[in-house]
Write a protein that binds this ligand. Sequence first.
Ligand SMILES: NC(=O)C1=CN([C@@H]2O[C@H](COP(=O)(O)OP(=O)(O)OC[C@H]3O[C@@H](n4cnc5c(N)ncnc54)[C@H](O)[C@@H]3O)[C@@H](O)[C@H]2O)C=CC1
Ligand SMILES: CC(=O)C(=O)O
Length: 310
Amino acid sequence: MKVGIVGAGMVGSSAGYALAVMGLASSVVLVDQNHDLAVAQAEDIAHAVPFMSSTIVEAADYGGLAGARVVILAAGVSQKPGETRLALLERNAAVFKDVVGNVLAVAPDAILLIASNPVDIMAQITQRISGLPASRVVGSGTILDTARFRSLLGRHLGISPQSVHAYVLGEHGDSEVLAWSNARVGSLSLAEVAAQVGSPITQHVRARIDDGVRNAAYKIIKGKGATYYGIGAGLARIIKAIARDQHDVLTVSCVMAEIGDVRDVALSIPRVIGADGVSEDLMPDLAAEELEGLGRSAQLLKDCVESISL
Ligand SMILES: NC(=O)C1=CN([C@@H]2O[C@H](COP(=O)(O)OP(=O)(O)OC[C@H]3O[C@@H](n4cnc5c(N)ncnc54)[C@H](O)[C@@H]3O)[C@@H](O)[C@H]2O)C=CC1
Ligand SMILES: CC(=O)C(=O)O
């Protein structure tokens, strides 16, 4: 399977690296307006391949994306320390006006996997520009926030994050909702497991984990300028579900006809994803305050998307 990546910066190259070392694609093609950067990233990643897989990694112009089953869109600007994701909207919307048309001109059948921020709104803009069905325009959404939540819960409990089933919903951003009420570990409720391992989820623990998830990007960007390993692996995980038609449940962002009182908005809930993109939305049963938070998140995203003229 060929995977294209537009935007060969930190996020795009990290996704390319993850795909190559995991051997999830037969070919990865990097495209960037800075062609020299794309060439350098492709070469560097290609030098990891002999240790891990047989993926062919190349840089190209848009023509090189012909035949790609999935194209990751990671082009545009990223946050400076202290800047919100929403502050990037106008600049990245302008970038996508060119990028989406260029991709579809050569890869009309591809699934578009959006990473650029603010990712929910960029996914919605991409769907509008492309006219593709929502199922084929997939934002990475809260896949990364969900991983952060599982990582912190797992660390608190002394249990592998892969055995923690907990989701972050709504915006990939400040208004996101940690779905504590239906978090499970193995097949047990979080409270049961926490009691059995002697690590209760007190209000203090909950606040610490919430802060660790919600503000992770701000802290990492302050420390090293950008986040990229987490999302690189997250994008590769979504592509694994597509490449192997796994029908996995992942929190990705897609335009939904309605959520609560808000119509036509992209945000994350658990969704089934396979070879054709998203096939099902799985709306979880939430506590009242989580449902209210999700409604506020949806309304905020809707207001932002309406503020942008396309
Ligand atoms: N969805 C998520 O969970 C995450 C999203 N991001 C977002 O991903 C995006 C990329 O971040 P980084 O890779 O760190 O930025 P970066 O600055 O390292 O890379 C962006 C690349 O886009 C290229 N680019 C800009 N305009 C272009 C155009 N018109 N055509 C082709 N290429 C173009 C630039 O030349 C640059 O190489 C940002 O919007 C960032 O906020 C970052 C981390 C996590
Ligand atoms: C930058 C970003 O969106 C993140 O790391 O969550």
